[in-house]
Design a protein around this ligand. Structure first.
Ligand SMILES: [Zn+2]
Ligand SMILES: [Zn+2]
Length: 377
Protein backbone atom coordinates (compact mmCIF):
# COMPACT_ATOMS: atom_id res chain seq x y z
CA UNK A 1 0.00 0.00 0.00
CA UNK A 2 1.42 3.37 -0.95
CA UNK A 3 1.53 6.18 1.56
CA UNK A 4 -0.19 9.47 0.89
CA UNK A 5 2.24 11.11 -1.58
CA UNK A 6 1.55 14.59 -0.24
CA UNK A 7 2.51 13.48 3.26
CA UNK A 8 5.58 11.62 2.01
CA UNK A 9 6.90 14.75 0.29
CA UNK A 10 5.66 17.03 3.08
CA UNK A 11 3.76 19.32 0.74
CA UNK A 12 0.24 20.73 0.80
CA UNK A 13 -2.54 19.32 -1.36
CA UNK A 14 -2.45 22.43 -3.51
CA UNK A 15 1.35 22.60 -3.73
CA UNK A 16 2.75 23.93 -7.01
CA UNK A 17 4.79 21.75 -9.35
CA UNK A 18 7.88 23.75 -8.39
CA UNK A 19 7.30 23.14 -4.66
CA UNK A 20 6.77 19.44 -5.26
CA UNK A 21 9.95 19.24 -7.30
CA UNK A 22 11.89 21.12 -4.64
CA UNK A 23 10.63 18.88 -1.83
CA UNK A 24 11.41 15.79 -3.90
CA UNK A 25 14.95 16.91 -4.65
CA UNK A 26 15.67 17.57 -1.01
CA UNK A 27 14.37 14.20 0.16
CA UNK A 28 15.81 12.11 -2.63
CA UNK A 29 19.27 13.47 -1.86
CA UNK A 30 18.79 12.83 1.84
CA UNK A 31 17.72 9.21 1.43
CA UNK A 32 19.78 8.28 -1.60
CA UNK A 33 21.34 4.80 -1.20
CA UNK A 34 24.76 6.21 -2.12
CA UNK A 35 24.60 8.37 0.97
CA UNK A 36 23.07 5.74 3.24
CA UNK A 37 24.78 2.49 2.40
CA UNK A 38 23.11 -0.49 4.06
CA UNK A 39 20.47 1.63 5.76
CA UNK A 40 17.18 -0.25 5.20
CA UNK A 41 15.11 2.56 6.63
CA UNK A 42 16.61 5.11 4.25
CA UNK A 43 16.13 2.70 1.36
CA UNK A 44 12.46 2.38 2.20
CA UNK A 45 12.08 6.15 2.49
CA UNK A 46 13.88 6.59 -0.83
CA UNK A 47 11.34 4.32 -2.51
CA UNK A 48 8.42 6.09 -0.88
CA UNK A 49 9.71 9.48 -1.95
CA UNK A 50 10.17 8.32 -5.52
CA UNK A 51 6.75 6.69 -5.66
CA UNK A 52 5.15 9.83 -4.27
CA UNK A 53 6.96 12.05 -6.77
CA UNK A 54 6.05 9.77 -9.63
CA UNK A 55 2.40 10.37 -8.89
CA UNK A 56 2.55 14.07 -8.12
CA UNK A 57 4.82 15.12 -11.00
CA UNK A 58 2.38 13.80 -13.57
CA UNK A 59 -0.75 15.98 -13.80
CA UNK A 60 -2.90 13.05 -14.88
CA UNK A 61 -1.72 10.71 -12.16
CA UNK A 62 -2.02 13.48 -9.60
CA UNK A 63 -5.59 14.18 -10.68
CA UNK A 64 -6.37 10.47 -10.53
CA UNK A 65 -4.91 10.26 -7.04
CA UNK A 66 -6.85 13.32 -5.89
CA UNK A 67 -10.02 11.71 -7.17
CA UNK A 68 -9.60 8.05 -6.35
CA UNK A 69 -6.84 8.01 -3.79
CA UNK A 70 -4.67 4.94 -3.76
CA UNK A 71 -7.25 2.94 -5.71
CA UNK A 72 -6.15 4.81 -8.84
CA UNK A 73 -2.85 2.96 -8.64
CA UNK A 74 -3.62 -0.16 -6.67
CA UNK A 75 -5.89 -1.58 -9.37
CA UNK A 76 -3.09 -3.11 -11.37
CA UNK A 77 -1.82 -5.01 -8.38
CA UNK A 78 -5.23 -6.16 -7.26
CA UNK A 79 -6.13 -7.63 -10.62
CA UNK A 80 -2.78 -9.19 -11.19
CA UNK A 81 -2.26 -6.98 -14.23
CA UNK A 82 0.95 -5.71 -12.72
CA UNK A 83 3.47 -8.34 -13.68
CA UNK A 84 5.71 -7.52 -10.71
CA UNK A 85 3.00 -8.17 -8.16
CA UNK A 86 2.76 -6.07 -5.02
CA UNK A 87 6.18 -5.00 -3.87
CA UNK A 88 7.90 -6.99 -6.56
CA UNK A 89 10.74 -4.89 -7.84
CA UNK A 90 12.47 -6.32 -10.89
CA UNK A 91 15.52 -4.08 -10.52
CA UNK A 92 16.31 -4.61 -6.88
CA UNK A 93 18.80 -1.74 -6.81
CA UNK A 94 16.82 0.56 -4.61
CA UNK A 95 15.75 2.79 -7.43
CA UNK A 96 12.08 3.31 -8.06
CA UNK A 97 9.90 1.85 -10.70
CA UNK A 98 6.41 2.76 -11.52
CA UNK A 99 4.58 0.51 -13.82
CA UNK A 100 2.93 2.93 -16.11
CA UNK A 101 0.76 0.59 -18.14
CA UNK A 102 0.78 0.80 -21.91
CA UNK A 103 0.32 4.42 -22.83
CA UNK A 104 -0.63 5.51 -19.31
CA UNK A 105 -3.14 8.06 -20.51
CA UNK A 106 -6.10 9.20 -18.46
CA UNK A 107 -8.14 6.39 -19.89
CA UNK A 108 -5.63 3.83 -18.64
CA UNK A 109 -5.59 5.33 -15.19
CA UNK A 110 -9.35 5.30 -15.09
CA UNK A 111 -9.38 1.72 -16.23
CA UNK A 112 -6.90 0.80 -13.52
CA UNK A 113 -9.07 2.65 -11.03
CA UNK A 114 -12.14 0.78 -12.18
CA UNK A 115 -10.35 -2.54 -11.83
CA UNK A 116 -9.59 -1.53 -8.29
CA UNK A 117 -13.31 -1.25 -7.74
CA UNK A 118 -14.01 -4.60 -9.28
CA UNK A 119 -14.89 -3.54 -12.78
CA UNK A 120 -13.08 -4.18 -15.96
CA UNK A 121 -15.18 -2.35 -18.43
CA UNK A 122 -13.11 0.03 -20.48
CA UNK A 123 -12.01 -0.78 -23.95
CA UNK A 124 -8.94 1.10 -24.90
CA UNK A 125 -5.61 1.60 -26.49
CA UNK A 126 -3.97 -1.39 -24.88
CA UNK A 127 -6.54 -3.86 -26.08
CA UNK A 128 -6.74 -4.45 -29.78
CA UNK A 129 -8.31 -7.24 -31.77
CA UNK A 130 -7.79 -10.83 -30.66
CA UNK A 131 -6.71 -9.91 -27.15
CA UNK A 132 -3.51 -8.31 -28.39
CA UNK A 133 -2.17 -6.19 -25.61
CA UNK A 134 0.84 -3.96 -25.98
CA UNK A 135 3.39 -4.74 -23.29
CA UNK A 136 3.72 -2.54 -20.27
CA UNK A 137 6.22 0.28 -20.11
CA UNK A 138 8.99 0.12 -17.55
CA UNK A 139 10.55 3.04 -15.76
CA UNK A 140 13.83 3.34 -13.92
CA UNK A 141 15.71 6.27 -12.48
CA UNK A 142 19.39 7.03 -12.18
CA UNK A 143 21.17 9.82 -10.30
CA UNK A 144 24.45 10.86 -11.91
CA UNK A 145 27.16 13.39 -11.11
CA UNK A 146 27.44 16.65 -13.00
CA UNK A 147 30.79 15.45 -14.35
CA UNK A 148 29.08 12.37 -15.85
CA UNK A 149 26.45 14.67 -17.31
CA UNK A 150 29.29 16.66 -18.91
CA UNK A 151 30.96 13.68 -20.54
CA UNK A 152 27.90 11.49 -21.04
CA UNK A 153 27.79 8.03 -19.50
CA UNK A 154 26.21 4.61 -19.74
CA UNK A 155 23.77 3.30 -17.14
CA UNK A 156 23.49 -0.45 -16.93
CA UNK A 157 20.17 -1.78 -15.65
CA UNK A 158 19.70 -5.37 -14.62
CA UNK A 159 16.16 -6.58 -14.20
CA UNK A 160 13.82 -9.32 -15.19
CA UNK A 161 10.77 -8.86 -17.35
CA UNK A 162 8.47 -10.77 -19.62
CA UNK A 163 9.90 -11.21 -23.08
CA UNK A 164 8.29 -12.79 -26.10
CA UNK A 165 8.64 -16.57 -26.18
CA UNK A 166 10.95 -17.33 -29.08
CA UNK A 167 9.61 -20.80 -29.65
CA UNK A 168 6.01 -19.76 -30.41
CA UNK A 169 6.69 -16.14 -31.51
CA UNK A 170 4.48 -14.96 -28.67
CA UNK A 171 1.33 -16.81 -29.77
CA UNK A 172 1.49 -19.46 -27.06
CA UNK A 173 0.69 -22.20 -29.57
CA UNK A 174 2.60 -25.43 -30.16
CA UNK A 175 2.94 -24.70 -33.87
CA UNK A 176 3.97 -21.07 -33.32
CA UNK A 177 1.08 -19.71 -35.38
CA UNK A 178 -1.74 -17.39 -34.24
CA UNK A 179 -4.43 -19.31 -32.34
CA UNK A 180 -7.92 -19.41 -33.87
CA UNK A 181 -10.34 -16.67 -32.85
CA UNK A 182 -12.77 -17.39 -30.01
CA UNK A 183 -16.21 -17.88 -31.52
CA UNK A 184 -18.11 -16.49 -28.52
CA UNK A 185 -16.45 -13.06 -28.41
CA UNK A 186 -15.27 -13.01 -32.03
CA UNK A 187 -11.74 -12.37 -30.93
CA UNK A 188 -12.43 -9.26 -28.87
CA UNK A 189 -11.95 -11.04 -25.54
CA UNK A 190 -14.97 -9.26 -24.09
CA UNK A 191 -18.71 -9.90 -23.96
CA UNK A 192 -21.49 -7.46 -23.17
CA UNK A 193 -23.62 -7.96 -20.08
CA UNK A 194 -26.35 -5.74 -18.66
CA UNK A 195 -26.27 -4.63 -15.06
CA UNK A 196 -29.26 -2.43 -14.39
CA UNK A 197 -28.80 0.71 -16.42
CA UNK A 198 -25.28 -0.15 -17.46
CA UNK A 199 -24.21 -2.19 -20.39
CA UNK A 200 -20.91 -3.60 -19.22
CA UNK A 201 -18.13 -5.35 -20.99
CA UNK A 202 -16.76 -8.31 -19.07
CA UNK A 203 -13.97 -10.69 -20.00
CA UNK A 204 -15.19 -13.48 -22.23
CA UNK A 205 -15.66 -16.61 -20.07
CA UNK A 206 -14.86 -18.96 -22.95
CA UNK A 207 -11.38 -17.63 -23.63
CA UNK A 208 -10.71 -15.78 -20.37
CA UNK A 209 -10.50 -12.51 -22.23
CA UNK A 210 -7.76 -13.61 -24.56
CA UNK A 211 -9.87 -13.53 -27.69
CA UNK A 212 -8.53 -16.84 -28.89
CA UNK A 213 -8.37 -20.44 -27.79
CA UNK A 214 -5.19 -22.43 -27.82
CA UNK A 215 -5.68 -26.12 -28.54
CA UNK A 216 -2.09 -27.22 -28.13
CA UNK A 217 0.01 -25.02 -25.89
CA UNK A 218 3.62 -24.12 -26.51
CA UNK A 219 5.79 -26.28 -24.29
CA UNK A 220 8.23 -23.47 -23.60
CA UNK A 221 5.81 -20.86 -22.20
CA UNK A 222 2.80 -23.08 -21.45
CA UNK A 223 0.61 -20.96 -23.70
CA UNK A 224 1.46 -17.61 -22.14
CA UNK A 225 3.39 -16.39 -25.18
CA UNK A 226 5.89 -14.77 -22.89
CA UNK A 227 8.66 -16.02 -20.64
CA UNK A 228 10.33 -14.34 -17.70
CA UNK A 229 13.92 -13.47 -18.43
CA UNK A 230 16.79 -11.70 -16.73
CA UNK A 231 17.86 -8.79 -18.83
CA UNK A 232 20.59 -6.22 -18.96
CA UNK A 233 20.16 -2.91 -20.70
CA UNK A 234 22.96 -0.45 -21.35
CA UNK A 235 21.32 2.92 -21.52
CA UNK A 236 23.44 5.62 -23.13
CA UNK A 237 23.10 8.94 -21.35
CA UNK A 238 24.09 11.72 -23.73
CA UNK A 239 26.66 14.39 -22.85
CA UNK A 240 25.01 17.55 -21.56
CA UNK A 241 21.95 15.71 -20.23
CA UNK A 242 19.79 17.90 -18.04
CA UNK A 243 18.31 17.04 -14.68
CA UNK A 244 14.85 15.53 -15.14
CA UNK A 245 15.45 14.20 -18.66
CA UNK A 246 13.43 11.11 -19.53
CA UNK A 247 15.13 8.80 -22.00
CA UNK A 248 13.06 6.32 -23.97
CA UNK A 249 14.13 2.95 -25.31
CA UNK A 250 11.37 1.96 -27.66
CA UNK A 251 10.27 -1.66 -27.47
CA UNK A 252 12.41 -2.50 -24.43
CA UNK A 253 9.54 -2.75 -21.94
CA UNK A 254 7.48 -5.85 -21.16
CA UNK A 255 6.58 -8.10 -24.06
CA UNK A 256 3.08 -7.71 -25.48
CA UNK A 257 0.48 -10.43 -25.32
CA UNK A 258 -0.34 -12.68 -28.22
CA UNK A 259 2.40 -11.28 -30.42
CA UNK A 260 1.54 -7.60 -29.75
CA UNK A 261 4.38 -5.05 -29.62
CA UNK A 262 6.45 -4.67 -26.46
CA UNK A 263 6.16 -1.60 -24.25
CA UNK A 264 8.93 0.96 -23.89
CA UNK A 265 11.64 1.35 -21.31
CA UNK A 266 12.09 4.77 -19.77
CA UNK A 267 15.01 6.09 -17.77
CA UNK A 268 14.63 9.25 -15.72
CA UNK A 269 17.98 10.97 -15.32
CA UNK A 270 18.62 13.09 -12.26
CA UNK A 271 21.79 15.13 -12.01
CA UNK A 272 23.22 15.47 -8.50
CA UNK A 273 24.16 19.03 -7.51
CA UNK A 274 27.91 19.59 -7.67
CA UNK A 275 30.04 21.13 -4.94
CA UNK A 276 32.21 23.16 -7.28
CA UNK A 277 29.88 24.04 -10.14
CA UNK A 278 26.39 25.41 -10.18
CA UNK A 279 24.50 24.82 -13.39
CA UNK A 280 22.38 27.35 -15.21
CA UNK A 281 21.19 25.75 -18.41
CA UNK A 282 24.32 25.17 -20.46
CA UNK A 283 26.37 27.61 -18.35
CA UNK A 284 28.34 26.76 -15.23
CA UNK A 285 29.16 29.01 -12.32
CA UNK A 286 32.14 28.44 -10.07
CA UNK A 287 33.45 30.49 -7.16
CA UNK A 288 37.03 31.71 -6.88
CA UNK A 289 38.83 33.28 -3.93
CA UNK A 290 41.03 36.07 -5.26
CA UNK A 291 43.47 38.14 -3.15
CA UNK A 292 42.69 41.84 -2.75
CA UNK A 293 45.98 42.75 -4.41
CA UNK A 294 45.15 40.79 -7.59
CA UNK A 295 41.71 42.39 -7.78
CA UNK A 296 43.18 45.86 -7.31
CA UNK A 297 46.24 45.54 -9.50
CA UNK A 298 45.05 42.95 -12.00
CA UNK A 299 46.66 39.57 -12.55
CA UNK A 300 45.89 35.95 -13.23
CA UNK A 301 44.16 33.19 -11.31
CA UNK A 302 44.12 29.48 -11.95
CA UNK A 303 40.80 27.65 -11.89
CA UNK A 304 39.71 24.05 -12.42
CA UNK A 305 37.18 23.26 -15.11
CA UNK A 306 34.47 20.58 -15.00
CA UNK A 307 36.58 18.37 -17.28
CA UNK A 308 39.47 18.54 -14.77
CA UNK A 309 41.64 20.95 -16.70
CA UNK A 310 43.52 23.83 -15.14
CA UNK A 311 42.77 27.15 -16.72
CA UNK A 312 44.59 30.46 -16.34
CA UNK A 313 42.18 33.39 -16.30
CA UNK A 314 43.06 37.08 -16.54
CA UNK A 315 41.64 39.26 -13.79
CA UNK A 316 41.38 42.88 -14.93
CA UNK A 317 42.58 45.58 -12.50
CA UNK A 318 39.71 46.91 -10.43
CA UNK A 319 37.59 43.74 -10.51
CA UNK A 320 34.97 43.87 -7.75
CA UNK A 321 33.83 41.17 -5.34
CA UNK A 322 30.64 39.58 -6.75
CA UNK A 323 31.57 40.35 -10.34
CA UNK A 324 31.49 37.38 -12.66
CA UNK A 325 34.23 36.73 -15.17
CA UNK A 326 33.14 34.82 -18.24
CA UNK A 327 35.22 32.09 -19.81
CA UNK A 328 33.69 31.12 -23.12
CA UNK A 329 33.12 27.50 -24.05
CA UNK A 330 33.89 25.91 -20.67
CA UNK A 331 30.29 25.23 -19.68
CA UNK A 332 28.19 22.15 -20.40
CA UNK A 333 27.81 20.61 -23.86
CA UNK A 334 24.62 21.69 -25.60
CA UNK A 335 22.41 19.67 -27.90
CA UNK A 336 24.25 21.10 -30.89
CA UNK A 337 27.32 18.92 -31.38
CA UNK A 338 30.58 20.64 -30.48
CA UNK A 339 28.77 23.52 -28.82
CA UNK A 340 29.33 24.41 -25.16
CA UNK A 341 27.95 26.90 -22.69
CA UNK A 342 30.17 29.31 -20.78
CA UNK A 343 31.85 29.19 -17.40
CA UNK A 344 31.29 32.12 -15.06
CA UNK A 345 33.70 32.78 -12.22
CA UNK A 346 32.02 34.33 -9.23
CA UNK A 347 34.70 36.52 -7.61
CA UNK A 348 35.10 36.28 -3.85
CA UNK A 349 37.74 37.96 -1.70
CA UNK A 350 38.73 36.46 1.62
CA UNK A 351 39.99 39.06 4.09
CA UNK A 352 43.32 37.94 5.56
CA UNK A 353 43.20 37.25 9.30
CA UNK A 354 46.81 36.28 10.02
CA UNK A 355 48.99 39.19 8.99
CA UNK A 356 52.72 39.38 9.64
CA UNK A 357 54.16 42.54 11.18
CA UNK A 358 55.57 43.51 7.81
CA UNK A 359 52.22 43.05 6.06
CA UNK A 360 50.51 45.14 8.75
CA UNK A 361 53.07 47.86 8.28
CA UNK A 362 52.58 47.87 4.51
CA UNK A 363 48.80 47.97 4.86
CA UNK A 364 49.04 50.80 7.35
CA UNK A 365 51.22 52.69 4.95
CA UNK A 366 48.67 52.06 2.21
CA UNK A 367 45.82 53.20 4.41
CA UNK A 368 47.78 56.38 5.14
CA UNK A 369 48.17 57.37 1.50
CA UNK A 370 46.13 60.27 0.25
CA UNK A 371 43.83 58.35 -2.09
CA UNK A 372 43.21 55.55 0.37
CA UNK A 373 42.13 58.09 2.99
CA UNK A 374 39.51 59.47 0.62
CA UNK A 375 38.52 55.97 -0.30
CA UNK A 376 40.08 54.35 -3.33
CA UNK A 377 36.93 53.58 -5.21
ZN1 LIG B 1 -13.79 -15.36 -26.13
ZN1 LIG C 1 5.90 -20.19 -26.27
Amino acid sequence: MNKNPYEVLGVARDASDADIKKAYHKLVMKYHPDRNPGDKNAEEKFKEVNNAFDILKDPQKRAAYDRFGDAAFAGGNASGANPFGAGGNPFGNGAFHFNMGGGAGMEDILREAMRGFGFDGFGGATRGASGRRTGRDLLDEVVIDLRDAYFGTTHTVKFSSNVQCEKCHGYGTADGRPAPECSRCHGTGYVQTNRGFFAMETPCPDCNGLGHKIDKKCSECDGAGTVRKSRTLDVKIPAGVEDGTRLRLAGQGEAGQNGAPAGDFYLDVRVRPDKRFERDGADLITRADVPFTTLALGGEIEIETIDDKKLSVKVPAGTQVGEKLRVRGHGMPTRRAGNFGDLYIDINMPVPTKLTEKQKKLLNEFAGTKSAKKGWF
